[in-house]
Design a protein around this ligand. Structure first.
Ligand code: 9D3
Length: 250
């Protein structure tokens, strides 16, 4: 059983998501346990204040260290029994590889920042590492934490249903996926490609692979540096690149 302990000012943001779909089922099946801990419950003062103005001035507010340390230590002890991951825009990018390593267990804490950020002493003395989920601005770490929980949970053995788990075409040698179609064969006069209706499985496989390669070339050429390609696929790519550049001048 994997353990994820979440520390946040907004535990209610997680509750509905943790009940639904693959995540809900993984928890129900006992593959995963997720604890929700409100940092505000660990604020010492009567008004349960968790933020304060930054030393040195400037705008915004900073999360105070005491309630954060108290919340984490009350659940995970000191030193912490699990690594605590701080969600911040300054973190290393969260990747599928990181999801696999977190899914190996035994678990981890997720600390969600709000306001302008957390007091630096939290990073230095409580967080094992910092992660970001990408280069866009969120209002806090909560949705980033949820992204990580979902990415990890679906990797736990038994988390995916028969439909979802049977195939492993999720990462076809580092390429984007080919286009998917289902019935009807014609919808609003838009036809499903003939090859998919042909029943020729070898042709279907070839078509899908070429589509995946073409899409990756057009949308995510950065992925091609690490993709597993046959010699024929490398030739195709060189042709496409030449078409794009136009003929070399003499
Ligand atoms: C507008 C404030 N920003 C000044 C340039 C700094 C800032 C502080 C706090 C920006 C975002 C946040 C809140 N974001 C997160 O806590 C966060 C996050 C994100 O915003 N994007 C991607 N991954 C993550 S993980 C945590």
């Amino acid at each position: 059983m994997l353990t994820i302990e979440i520390f946040t000012l907004f535990p209610a943001m997680f509750e509905p998501a943790l009940r639904e779909s693959i995540l809900g089922r993984a928890i129900e099946r006992g593959l995963l346990t997720v604890g929700l801990h409100n940092i505000r419950d660990h604020a010492a003062d009567r008004h349960q204040v968790t933020d304060d103005a930054p030393y040195g001035g400037g705008g915004g507010m900073v999360m105070k260290p005491e309630p954060i340390f108290a919340a984490v230590e009350s659940v995970l002890g000191s030193p912490s029994s699990l690594p605590v991951i701080l969600l911040t825009p300054q973190g290393r990018p969260f990747t599928q590889e990181k999801a696999w390593s977190l899914a190996e267990g035994p678990g981890f804490g997720l600390l969600c920042g709000r306001y302008e950020g957390v007091d630096e002493r939290v990073r230095e003395h409580l967080a094992a590492e910092e992660l970001s989920i990408g280069d866009y601005v969120l209002s806090g770490g909560e949705l980033a934490a949820l992204v990580i929980v979902e990415a990890v949970a679906r990797l736990l053995p038994g988390a995916l249903g028969d439909e979802e788990g049977a195939r492993d075409d999720s990462y076809a040698g580092g390429l984007l996926e080919y286009p998917h179609y289902t019935r009807p064969p014609v919808f609003r006069n838009w036809r499903v490609p003939d090859v998919l209706l042909s029943g020729n499985h070898a042709e279907v496989r070839r078509w899908r692979r070429e589509q995946a390669l073409r899409r990756t070339f057009q949308r995510r050429p950065d992925l091609l540096d690490h993709a597993e390609l046959t010699d024929e696929e490398k030739r195709l790519l060189r042709d496409w690149k030449r078409e794009k550049e136009g003929p070399p001048d003499s």
